[in-house]
Design a protein around this ligand. Structure first.
Ligand code: ATP
Length: 368
């Protein structure tokens, strides 16, 4: 019988609960015991029954649509250190766990992959220090790990969608719909900041889905003069055709070509000074992460949960850790280490202002 642990880590995202629910029930269905690690990697480092709790079928009843993560999430500095991972290794063995599924962003999955690569060393150290017996050493010599990607940002390579991104997009679109009504009434302009860190997916999709007048994303930096002219031209044209409102969406990571951030206040100033528009700024903030998961996230998280349990059960010491994603509407199993590497390369290319490289790297995952 296998003992599988599941945790959520990094930023919370709607659909994480649905993912945990599917993992718990699928594991039980396959005659495994399943444990929830509470508060992300902190739960592994702290260990004990307060943090590592066995889950039964009914424990996840009603979790399918719930936002956030009921087993908690955290950023854990200790897990970035080897001594923290050694403690985590010991706590997992004490709880009898031999496989781990992590639902989180690229940082969490990097940590998971590192933990698995280090595991043989960590467990050998515990044996050498006589903290575990020879028998325990042989029972837990290999650790199977699998990642599912939970993040509202949709910033992970090798998957078309991360769990939570479509729920967040839905929240943003609703918020912009509300703003539309008041903007239209007063003929105002609104500059709306949306989340996404260094990824413009949420901003771009929200702009398309709400027919915004203009959008700023990190992937397409332009000089201040260029974007000011271009935006004012677009907005003036829309106004000249009788449009009573103006919506400009700004991704939180939006940057100019000299890599300085484009802030909502910068954009507002241009709309006021050059077009004389009565302009307001709205930062949507954490409301973008809240609320129930939309249908897409519920089924994405469920299918990926089932696939993650299969992946850890089929894993061998020689197979690399998998990450479960979705590509062209199919649930896929990718090498976790490759997906993390590609994600980091794209981020680095954007940081280095090499946008062509960033785009070609991003495209490369679809032409394997
Ligand atoms: P989000 O995309 O929502 O920010 P994330 O998973 O990328 O989620 P991070 O804060 O980067 O969020 O990572 C979450 C936790 O994963 C960290 O607090 C740390 O415990 C662990 N972690 C991240 N990177 C590493 C690493 N390189 N080595 C070990 N552990 C790591």
């Amino acid at each position: 019988q296998r003992n599988i642990a599941v945790m959520t880590s990094g930023g919370d995202a709607p659909g994480m609960n649905a993912n945990v629910r599917a993992i718990v029930r699928s594991a039980i269905n396959k005659n495994c015991r399943v444990f929830a690690v509470h508060e992300g990697y902190s739960g592994l480092v702290n260990g004990g029954p307060e943090y590592i709790k066995e889950m039964k079928w009914v424990d996840v009843r009603g979790w399918l649509n719930m936002g956030g993560t009921n087993i908690g999430t955290a950023r854990c500095k200790e897990f970035r250190e080897r001594w923290g991972r050694l403690k985590a290794c010991k706590n997992m063995i004490e709880a009898g766990i031999d496989a781990l599924i992590v639902c989180g962003g690229d940082g969490s999955l990097t940590g998971a992959d590192l933990f698995r690569a280090e595991w043989p060393d960590l467990i050998k150290e515990l044996l050498d220090k006589k903290e575990i017996t020879e028998d325990t050493y042989h029972t837990y010599k290999h650790l199977n790990i699998c990642g599912t990607v939970g993040s509202i940002d949709n910033d992970m390579s090798s998957t078309d969608a991360t769990i939570g991104a479509f729920s967040s997009l839905d929240r943003i679109c609703h918020a912009i719909d509300y703003i539309d009504a008041t903007a239209n009434s007063h003929q105002r302009a609104f500059v709306i900041e949306v989340m996404g860190r260094h990824c413009g997916w949420l901003a771009l999709m929200a702009a398309i889905a709400t027919s915004a007048d203009y959008v700023f994303i990190p992937e397409k930096p332009t000089s201040v003069d260029e974007w000011s002219d271009h935006m004012c031209e677009a907005v003036s044209q829309h106004r000249s055709r009788g449009k009573r409102k103006t919506i400009v969406v700004v991704a939180e990571g939006a940057i100019s070509s000299n890599l300085t951030p484009i802030t909502c206040e910068d954009v507002k100033k241009v709309l006021v000074d050059r077009l004389g528009l009565d302009t307001r700024v709205t930062t949507l903030g954490h409301v973008q992460r809240g609320g129930p998961a939309v249908a897409f996230d519920r089924f994405l998280a469920t299918l990926q949960g089932v696939a993650a349990v299969d992946a850890v059960l089929e894993g061998t010491p020689d197979t690399p850790s998998p990450m479960i994603g979705i590509a062209e509407n199919k649930i896929v199993r990718r090498k976790l280490v490759d997906a993390v590497k590609l994600t980091k390369s794209v981020a680095k290319a954007i940081e280095d202002k090499d946008f062509e490289k960033a785009i070609s790297l991003r495209d490369s995952e679809f032409h394997e």
